[in-house]
Design a binder for this molecule. Structure first.
Ligand code: HEM
Length: 516
């Protein structure tokens, strides 16, 4: 009799545990159950599909389920928005209900990530953004042209060296080094010197150590089933993430341990740079860090820009402002090399601008290179480096006929918008002319169909910086070379998706000197 009651107690306990477990998994889905979406697997949701097909899978779902649908990252449902009018509603019209981005599992609990502009919330975010935005005004950006140009010339010099040795240029690496050099100088006032000579990333010196940590930090932002164990737990059973991370970070060899070490070492290096800048800067210093440090000495900014926030902002620039620009520059050359008629038109525009030594001014970059502008827009449409943009509802809000409760993760599918045949006929063809302001396609297109830098008050703060850097680079490179794809490279290219799109393997070109 006693054994029977023990057995039934155990059974009841098991049933309760199972119930708790199911409720725990079911509640997030229940809150957005009315939003249509594909069937998903318990625990992992659609993560295996994201692993297998990348964000392109969302294009398929948008066709089946319409412009607003559910997609499950493990236990967490996302409401994906893939229509320009609805995107406008989320990013602009109802912005006040969706000001913040949700904190993704790889970054949760990491002050280095959470205190940057990307993840700060509400009034602190607006105060920080309003202070920083002045550093991205056109007048300030125009002053950065000579600095940017000097690193672009270093990149070209590296390309020349490869050409002389009849070697391929590993352009994906070189463009990244250049982008880091530019952020190093303009953000930190520091000379990284990565592009000064052709060097391998893993040659063991202090700088490459720094790069290694930077790369690892980027990789750690990946949010899928190949991520660190604590990140995967954060996706599947969020309550376990924090305790698991606390344990794992103490176990050498685990991804969590490596991530923590990398972040600690990056912090040490960033602290050293900040301390140096703090002592060397003057009121006239133009770099971002000096200007934030100057601002932090007065008024409201004093409480806003404490040391940890300054460090997080500096780190964020290194993350947000390098891989994105380098990827876009590389893809522009990749696509132009495949389209001789585009290349011809582009070279013609660049050659007709003026003497080759003449560095374009900010105004000329904007007005005198209309075709370059179209090429860049089409490149960003064709390969949208940031295909998903996150928001989180701060109260109940209605979007596209669905009531979304507070705390819903709403993600804007910029990559799906960019391949929408209604807005971009023949979306899988590279046609820069579709962005010619005189053409019908451009006139008829929804104004928010092409938003590679996001939308509304929370759109990318560095967009003009990036466009200036990429345009200057393309002009200088095409004044010197034309490029062809290396035969030692996969075709088509393969991509990885973490926080942004990146190359699975290196992208290599052959450079041919232009004789003008
Ligand atoms: C081709 C280059 C780039 C692309 C495609 C890009 C794209 C984006 C996108 C899509 C967002 C999210 C916008 C939204 O949520 O609506 C974003 C945010 C951001 N980007 Fe960029 N970005 C680029 C370059 C840069 C550069 C060069 C910097 C800095 C120097 C930068 C700094 C930031 C920051 C700080 C945010 C967060 C803004 C906020 O939350 O207020 N980005 N970027």
């Amino acid at each position: 009799m006693e054994i029977m009651s023990i057995v039934s107690c155990i059974l009841i306990l098991k049933a309760i545990l199972l119930l708790v477990f199911l409720v725990y998994f079911y509640v997030p889905y229940w809150k957005v159950r009315k939003v249509p979406g594909p069937p998903c697997t318990l625990f992992v949701g659609h993560l295996p599909l994201l692993d297998k097909y990348g964000p392109d899978i969302l294009r398929v779902y948008a066709k089946t389920y319409g412009p607003i649908f559910r997609f499950h990252m493990g236990r967490q449902p996302l409401v994906i928005v893939a229509d320009p009018e609805l995107v406008k509603e989320v990013g602009i019209k109802k912005f006040k209900f969706m000001k913040n981005r949700n904190i993704r599992s790889p970054t949760s609990g990491s002050p280095l990530h959470e205190q940057g502009l990307f993840l700060t919330r509400d009034s602190r975010w607006s105060l920080m953004r309003n202070t920083i935005i002045s550093l991205y005004q056109p007048a300030h950006l125009a002053k950065l042209i000579p600095t940017m140009q000097s690193y672009i010339e270093n990149l070209t010099l590296n390309a020349s060296k490869c050409r002389e040795k009849q070697e391929d240029i590993v352009f994906s690496d070189l463009s990244l080094k250049m982008a880091i050099d530019i952020i190093g100088k303009t953000t930190f006032g520091v000379e990284f010197g990565l592009c000064e000579e052709v060097s391998n990333v893993d040659d063991g010196d202090e700088l490459s150590g720094f790069l290694k940590h930077y790369m690892r930090s980027f990789e750690s932002l990946k949010m899928d089933l190949t991520s660190s164990l604590s990140t995967v737990l954060g996706l599947l059973v969020p309550v376990l993430q924090k305790p698991a991370r606390e344990i794992l970070k103490r176990i050498p060899g685990t991804a969590d341990h490596k991530m923590l070490r990398s972040n600690e070492q990056l912090c040490e290096k960033l602290d050293a740079v900040i301390t140096k800048r703090a002592s060397e800067r003057t009121r006239e210093s133009k770099d971002f860090l000096s200007r934030i440090l100057n601002a932090s000495e007065s008024g409201v900014a004093k409480d806003l820009f404490t040391h940890n926030y300054i460090r997080a902002l500096a780190f964020e620039h290194l993350l947000a402002g390098t891989k994105t620009s380098a990827f876009t520059l590389t893809m522009a050359i990749y696509l132009v090399s495949k389209h001789p008629e585009v290349e011809k038109k582009l070279l013609n525009e660049i050659d007709n601008y003026g003497p080759h030594e003449q560095i374009p001014s900010a105004e000329d970059l904007q007005c005198k290179f209309p075709y370059l502008d179209q090429v860049l827009k089409e490149t960003m449409r064709f390969y949208t480096v940031s295909p998903l943009v996150a928001r989180e509802t701060s109260q109940e809000v209605e979007i596209g006929g669905y009531v979304l409760p507070k705390g819903t993760w709403v993600w804007l599918a910029l990559g799906v918008l960019a391949k929408d045949a209604k807005q971009f006929p023949n979306p899988d063809e590279f046609i820069p002319e579709r962005f010619d302001p005189e053409c019908e396609e451009d006139k008829q297109r929804h104004p928010y169909a092409h938003i590679p830098f996001g939308i509304g008050p929370r759109a990318c703060i560095g967009s003009k910086f990036a466009i200036q850097e990429i345009k200057l680079s393309l002009i200088h490179l095409y004044r010197n070379f034309v490029f062809r794809h290396s035969t030692d490279m996969e075709s088509p290219l393969e991509f990885d998706y973490g926080l942004v799109l990146s190359f699975k393997n290196r992208v290599k070109f052959r450079a041919f000197k232009r004789e003008i």
